[in-house]
Design a binder for this molecule. Structure first.
Ligand code: UD1
Length: 360
């Protein structure tokens, strides 16, 4: 079997890691195409190095741009890449970014079998670019590899049950492995971060990330969020995505005010360790909400809805759309124990490879 994985953005590299490992163990041919959507070393190279992902076979070098220009440039470039050499048995796409949608469109137009990993997630928020990408990709794909029971039900509700398979969540595979590797290591903060006063496990700190278009593109909304983070009663280690820096700079918003201690995004193992060392996390990231839940730290999500509602059980995650409510949400009563494994058993990637091989 020959499979081409198309990835481009940070969360996709995390998902690719266990899948690439499972392909390596299986002996099937696996090629990796990187669209170049994320190109900063912090967002791309360190993930390949730390998570031991083979270097991409092809790098399209597309970079940033508006949704149309970025997705269109990828689509144009992918046609040649996907038709080069022997025909693939599957084109495998991941998650919900513009890279996902471009590769999905390219594959269906070329009549290549398309599999979507992390299929069936829904926010039902039609202004999110990720929601367009995931819905369109699910409806284009031949095989929908769903991470959760809820994702399976969502797909059934859209008439896609016949193409759906529950495999579990590949992010659980990599997270559990990395958690075990870093649990006994000391906290490692970015050396070049500047003022990290008070960010220590002994005195307690919160970890924060903000990058979504809905939270960063409107300066008023962004200012409200940053001011609410700055007013929290513990130091807040803000791991700033380049998009956040760019939008804050443009709007004249200070990312170092009050409790804020700003740093660059961390490599994956250091990020997992920083979550473990924290008193809790404030984020608008989908993947991080789930990682924090699996690491059993309290999470506060700066959104009106979540694609991962399983994280809300026991109060481990809570939605906080209004920055005015942030202090109360972060200082809420401690979560209660939960049972069950809504995100799988840590062996999803092997099931992905087996599912593709059975249908090749
Ligand atoms: C993308 C995904 C989002 C995912 C996120 C993870 C889409 C629509 N969104 O959002 O679902 O959660 O990745 O990080 O695909 N930039 C850099 N260096 C980089 C990449 C981006 O400086 O390596 C800056 C540029 O100013 C760029 C902006 O960040 O314009 C946004 O990047 P883009 O890839 O369009 O979307 P993300 O916000 O990263």
């Amino acid at each position: 079997m020959k499979v081409i994985s198309v990835v481009g953005a940070r969360p996709q590299f995390v998902k690719l890691a266990p899948v690439a490992e499972a392909f390596r163990a299986s002996g099937h041919e696996h090629r990796i195409v990187h669209t170049g959507q994320h190109y900063d070393a912090d967002l791309s190279d360190v993930f390949f190095a730390d998570l031991r992902i083979p270097a991409p076979d092809v790098h399209l070098g597309i970079g940033s741009g508006g949704h149309g220009a970025q997705t269109g440039a990828m689509l144009a470039a992918l046609d040649d890449v996907l038709t080069e050499g022997p025909r693939p048995d599957w084109v495998l796409v991941y998650g919900d970014t513009n890279s996902t949608l471009a590769a999905a469109l390219s594959a269906v137009k070329l009549h290549l079998p398309l599999a979507h990993l992390e299929a069936g997630l829904r926010s039902y928020n039609r202004v999110m670019p990720e929601e367009h990408n995931r819905v369109l990709t699910d409806h284009a794909a031949d095989l929908l590899l769903a991470p959760t029971d809820l994702a399976v039900r969502n797909l059934a509700g859209e008439g896609l049950a016949g193409r759906t398979l529950l495999v579990g969540d590949v992010m659980t595979d990599i997270l559990l492995r990395v958690r075990d590797a870093v649990a006994d290591k000391p906290l490692q903060l970015p050396a070049d971060a500047g003022d990290l006063r008070g960010v220590s496990e002994e005195s307690g700190y919160l970890l924060a990330t903000v990058h979504r278009a809905e939270n960063t593109d409107d300066p008023k909304r962004l200012r409200g969020i940053v001011e609410a983070l700055a007013a929290l009663p513990l130091p807040v280690l803000l791991l700033a995505h380049p998009r956040l820096r760019a939008k804050a700079d443009a709007a004249g918003i200070d990312l170092t005010a009050g409790s804020l201690r700003v740093a660059r995004p961390l490599p994956y193992p250091e990020m997992v360790r920083a979550v473990l060392g924290s008193r809790g996390v404030v984020t608008d990231s989908g993947g991080l909400q789930k990682e924090v839940f699996l690491l059993r730290r309290p999470c506060t999500t700066l959104r009106t809805e979540t694609e991962w509602p399983e994280t809300l059980q026991g109060g481990w995650n809570t939605l906080c759309a209004d920055p005015a409510d942030l202090v109360g949400a972060v200082l809420r009563d401690g979560p209660t124990p939960v049972t069950g494994h809504p995100y799988g058993d840590g062996h999803a990637a092997e099931k992905v490879v087996a599912a593709l091989a059975e249908r090749a």
